[in-house]
Design a protein around this ligand. Structure first.
Ligand SMILES: [Zn+2]
Length: 177
């Protein structure tokens, strides 16, 4: 979400420089562009994406901006993955793509359950005995067998975690916009 906000803020800065000369913002720009003004406009110029766009503003078109934006998103994603508390992000989102779980139609509760399934967080926090097989723990592997997920999802047995496989985001949905 922060990345989205930064992209919008950068677009705002670019558009503010392209306004007609007689607009109020254009008249104010000489004053608010200075650090002494302490303006929000000046604070926004610290955005990394803006710093990439600023040197080429004269020749910046939307295809170039989209390339810079994609690079900005990739850099941000890599920084997130290598951060000190980033174990979940590489696990849940191994590539920079639109996650299937985000756009499949389901309720918020179901989305939460699907995310928990992916993380291996089963209800109750720890594996409990299966209701049908009291000697077995209801782990993800046992749940796959016990609930006949392969036949329900019409998948071959060779696929280890059939539900996880179905929920895997297709790699063709890489972010391009
Ligand atoms: Zn069972």
């Amino acid at each position: 979400m922060t990345d989205r906000a930064r992209i919008l803020q950068t677009k705002y800065l670019i558009r503010s420089l392209q306004l007609p000369d007689d607009t109020l913002l254009q008249r104010l720009l000489p004053h608010i562009k200075t650090s002494a003004s302490r303006s929000t406009w000046y604070k926004l110029t610290a955005i990394p994406l803006w710093k990439e766009c600023f040197p080429i503003l004269d020749v910046l078109d939307w295809p170039t901006f989209n390339k810079l934006k994609l690079q900005f998103l990739e850099d941000s994603y890599k920084a997130l993955c290598t951060g000190p508390y980033s174990k979940l992000i590489p696990t849940c989102r191994p590539e920079m793509i639109v996650d299937t779980i985000l756009f499949l139609p389901m309720t918020n509760i179901e989305r939460s359950q699907v995310l928990r399934w992916r993380l291996g967080w089963l209800p109750g926090g720890i594996p409990r005995p299966c209701l049908s097989h009291p000697l077995e723990k209801f782990t993800r592997t046992h749940a796959t067998e016990c609930l006949h997920m392969h036949s329900r999802l019409k998948m071959p047995i060779s696929v280890e975690h059939s539900l996880s496989y179905v929920l895997q985001p297709p790699t063709c949905q890489k972010i391009t916009k």
